[in-house]
Design a protein around this ligand. Structure first.
Ligand code: CMP
Length: 427
C-alpha cells in the first residue's frame, strides 16, 4: 500500500491535475477545429490515457484519509474507491481513440473531460498548495476556471460556424476567443455578429451568462483582493477602532503617539498576531508542540536553558507568557514585593537604583531578571527599566518554585547567578 501523503504520490497528483487541465483545453479544440493529432501530439494523447489508467490502478493501492482516519486496508480502500470516484476515473481513462480510431474521437475524448469533476478534490489534496497564500491560490484557480469557460464558449461558437470566414485555424480561434470575451464582458463591439438562428440564440445565452458571470467575477475578485492579507486587514480595522476611540475620548496627542508606537511595534514584530489567542482553541498536545516551536528562540537565547533537559524546558516554556514593554517603562520597582521573573527575548533593560541615578547593569537578549525576589521572598533589590521596546517572557512564582523543586541543578545555577548579582551591586 502506498501512502497518500508520500512526496511522489503528491507529485503524481499534480501531474494528473496538469493532464486534466491540458485535456480540458485541447479536447474541445480538437473537436471543433477538426484537426487530427499526429506525431508527438498523438503519442502524448495516448500517454494521457495510460497515465489515467495507471492512476486508477494506483488509487486501488493508495491509503486514503477520510473523516480524520487513515485507511490502509486494501479491501476497504477498494470499497471506498469503487463507491466514490472509480466510475469517473475509469470512464475517463479508457483509451477510446485506440478502440474507435481517430476518425471518431468525440466519444472517448469527451469522456476524458469527466475528470474535471475531480479537480476540486485533487486541488484540496495538494500539500504543495497549502503552503501558498490561500487567497492567491483561490485567485489562480478562479482565473483558470474563467479562462477555461471562455475557451469552451469560443469553441462552441466555432462549432456553430462562428468566424467561419477565417481560414487560418489560429486566427479563427483567436477571433472566437475575442468574441467570447467581448460578449461575456458585456462589451459587445458588434464587429463579430451572429448570423444563423443557432448563433443568435447562443449569443443571447452567452450574454445572459456573461452578465451573471461578470458580477460574480467582480464580486469575487474584489473580496479576494481585500482579504489578500488577512492579518493586515484585521490589524488596520483594529487600528481604525482604536483611533476612533482615542479621538472620541480626547486622549492627549503624546499619549496617542505612544499608543501608535506600541501598535507599530506589535505590527513590525509579530504582524499584529496575538499568539496566545491563536493557540487558545487547540487541544493540549498541539498547544504544547506549537508553544515549544514558537518559544524555541528564547530557549536558544537564554544560556540558563542550555544543557537543560527537554522536560525542564517543556515545563518552563509552557508556563511562560509573552509581554511587551515600551521604552522607559518600569518593569520592576525596587522595594516592591514580586512574584514574577522575566526572560528577555528581544530588547534591552537597565538595572537601576530607585531614583534612577545609578545604572548597575544593562541586560539584553537571553538574560533574565527578577529571580532574587522569587528565591528569597525579599522585596525587589533594584528597579528595572526598559531601554527599548522589549519582548519578555514572564514566569510566575508558582511555576518557578515547582521547577526549582523538580530540577535541583537548574535551581543551583540560578542561585549562583543571583548571588553574583547581589555581590556586584553591593560593591
Ligand atoms: P529582584 O530583586 O527580584 O528584582 C530586581 C532584579 O534586578 C533582581 O531580582 C535581579 O534579577 C536584577 N539585578 C539586581 N542587581 C543586578 C546586577 N548587579 N546585575 C544584573 N541584574 C541585577
Amino acid at each position: 500500500m502506498f501512502s497518500y501523503d508520500s512526496a511522489w504520490k503528491r507529485a503524481w497528483g499534480l501531474l494528473i491535475l496538469l493532464l486534466i487541465f491540458f485535456s480540458a483545453v485541447e479536447i474541445p479544440l480538437w473537436l471543433v477545429l477538426d484537426y487530427h493529432p499526429v506525431g508527438n501530439l498523438l503519442i502524448f494523447h495516448q500517454a494521457i490515457s495510460y497515465f489515467f489508467l495507471l492512476d486508477v490502478v494506483l488509487n486501488f493501492r493508495t491509503s486514503i484519509h477520510v473523516g480524520g482516519k487513515t485507511i490502509t486496508s486494501g479491501s476497504e480502500v477498494a470499497r471506498h474507491y469503487l463507491r466514490t470516484w472509480f466510475l469517473v476515473d475509469f470512464l475517463s481513462a479508457i483509451p477510446m481513440e485506440l478502440i474507435l480510431g481517430f476518425e471518431d474521437p468525440l466519444f472517448g475524448s469527451v469522456l476524458r473531460l469527466l475528470r474535471l469533476l475531480r479537480v476540486k478534490q485533487l486541488l484540496s489534496q495538494q500539500r504543495l498548495f497549502t503552503s501558498l497564500n490561500p487567497t492567491i491560490l483561490r485567485l489562480a484557480v478562479f482565473i483558470s476556471w474563467v479562462l477555461l469557460a471562455a475557451h469552451w464558449i469560443s469553441c462552441i461558437w466555432i462549432s456553430l460556424g462562428g468566424c467561419a470566414e477565417e481560414t487560418d485555424i489560429l486566427r479563427r480561434y483567436l477571433r472566437s476567443m475575442y468574441w467570447a470575451f467581448a460578449t461575456l464582458g458585456t462589451v459587445g463591439y458588434g464587429d463579430i455578429t451572429p448570423v444563423t438562428n443557432m448563433q443568435t440564440i447562443y449569443a443571447i445565452f452567452v450574454m445572459i451568462l456573461g452578465a451573471g458571470m461578470y458580477g460574480y467575477i467582480i464580486g469575487n475578485v474584489a473580496s479576494l483582493l481585500a482579504n489578500m492579507d488577512v492579518a493586515k486587514v484585521q490589524f488596520s480595522e483594529k487600528m481604525d477602532k482604536i483611533n476612533a476611540f482615542l479621538s472620541y475620548r480626547n486622549i492627549p496627542i503624546e499619549l496617542q503617539e505612544k499608543v501608535h508606537g506600541y501598535y507599530n511595534y506589535i505590527w513590525e514584530s509579530r504582524q499584529g498576531y496575538d499568539e496566545s489567542v491563536v493557540i487558545e482553541g487547540l487541544p493540549p498536545s498541539l498547544k504544547t508542540e506549537i508553544s515549544l516551536f514558537l518559544n524555541r528562540e528564547i530557549i536558544q537565547k537564554v544560556p540558563l536553558f542550555h544543557g537543560a533537559g527537554s522536560d525542564l524546558v517543556r515545563d518552563i516554556v509552557l508556563s511562560m507568557q509573552p509581554v511587551v514593554f515600551m521604552p522607559g517603562d518600569k518593569i520592576v520597582q525596587k522595594g516592591e514585593l514580586g512574584d514574577t521573573m522575566f526572560f528577555i527575548s528581544h530588547g534591552r533593560v537597565e538595572v537601576i537604583s530607585e531614583d534612577g541615578a545609578e545604572v548597575y547593569a544593562t541586560l539584553n537578549e537571553g538574560n533574565f531578571f527578577g529571580e532574587i525576589a522569587l528565591l528569597t521572598m525579599e522585596p525587589r533589590t533594584a528597579t528595572i527599566r526598559a531601554a527599548d521596546y522589549c519582548d519578555l517572557y514572564v514566569l510566575h512564582k508558582k511555576v518557578f518554585d515547582r521547577v526549582l523543586e523538580k530540577y535541583p541543578e537548574f535551581s543551583e545555577n540560578i542561585r549562583l547567578q543571583a548571588e553574583k548579582r547581589r555581590q556586584t551591586r553591593d560593591h
